[in-house]
Design a protein around this ligand. Structure first.
Ligand code: NAD
Length: 296
């Protein structure tokens, strides 16, 4: 099918490539030229704005870094809301349920359906097509795009109301954020007591402490000290902040969430939002006075 794709960053780039490889025809837009070039080389057509994308296709997907940018691209000046052909806007970004519902209500006024479809599984999953794809919105429109979304990974229809998939995504990322923060503390504890970090990770992965932090992030980007897993600290902070806000709004206990949020706030302050989120380990190392993994 003809698909518009806006936002070709760490996640959008491999997802758009997989759509082209599956035979879909893409019209792409990103504010960065270097982000669109590889897709154009694969045959994608270039658009000049989100509105231009939405003038040319019925289905527009977006993978954008912040709530404000998702709102602007969807409903702002030059946004998809002004497009002549668009029928449905699929937001693959993590925006939280409140923003998803706000965008859905604004687009509905122009008879455009919003489908929120946040994803989980990282850049590796986006490359391999093994993401968890969480979808909420009207069934008839989900049916139109389900096969295209299946190119990214396993599709889970969460519900029919805008934002439901976002809540699912936040619950998932809270667990992922917690595993990173907790594993960083656990390994720093062992290293300070004289244990070897690599041995610790092997034991944890063979034992009950295993998580995506211990079986993915530590071996790939922390023990080798490359700190380049492909997810920005600002994005993880955004997700945990959104999760705490949703828990507070729903009056659900959030002691663990709030403690984990503090750790990401500190990482963001000390290493900046553009740092890879594996920098949380360096934040813990500073306080523990140890270095985990290969010495820098
Ligand atoms: P990214 O910053 O690498 O990519 C965002 C892209 O959007 C960039 O190419 C940027 O140039 C572009 N952009 C910014 N403003 C724009 C605008 N106004 N119009 C068009 N393009 C614009 O971010 P990412 O890591 O790819 O994440 C994208 C979304 O996916 C985020 O919501 C994130 O939370 C979510 N996500 C990321 C991961 C991950 O591992 N990186 C995993 C799951 C979900």
């Amino acid at each position: 099918m003809d698909i518009g794709f806006i936002g070709l960053g760490n996640m959008g780039q491999p997802m758009a490539r997989r759509l082209i490889e599956a035979g879909h025809k893409l019209i792409v837009y990103d504010t960065r030229n270097d982000a669109v070039a590889p897709l154009v080389a694969l045959g994608a057509k270039l658009a000049s704005s989100p509105q231009d994308v939405a003038d040319r296709v019925e289905t527009v997907m977006a993978s954008l870094p912040s709530l404000q940018i998702s709102e602007k691209v969807a409903t702002g000046e030059g946004g998809v809301i002004h497009g002549k052909r668009i029928k449905r806007f699929i937001d693959l970004s993590t925006t939280g349920s409140r923003v998803a519902a706000k965008i859905a209500a604004a687009l509905a006024k122009n008879n455009i359906v919003q489908i929120d479809s946040p994803v989980s599984g990282g850049v590796g999953g986006a490359n391999k097509g093994t993401l968890a794809v969480m979808v909420s919105g009207p069934k008839a429109d989900i049916d139109v795009v389900k096969d295209a979304l299946a190119v990214f990974g396993k599709v889970f229809v969460i519900g029919d109301k805008p934002g439901m998939a976002q809540t699912m995504k936040l619950a998932n990322n809270f667990l992922s954020a917690t595993a990173m923060a907790a594993t960083a503390e656990a390994v720093a504890l062992g290293v300070k007591a004289g244990l070897d970090a690599a041995v610790m990770i092997d034991v944890i992965n063979a034992g009950s402490g295993r998580s995506t932090a211990s079986d993915g992030k530590f071996p790939q980007a922390i023990l080798p000290r490359t700190f380049n897993y492909g997810f920005a600290t600002a994005l993880m902070l955004k997700d945990v902040r959104l999760c705490v806000a949703e828990a507070r709004a729903l009056d659900v206990p959030n002691h663990v969430m709030s403690a984990v949020l503090d750790q990401w706030e500190l990482t963001n302050t000390e290493f900046g939002g553009d740092s890879d989120f594996t920098a949380i380990v360096k934040m813990i190392e500073r306080r523990a006075g140890v270095v985990v993994g290969k010495k820098p």
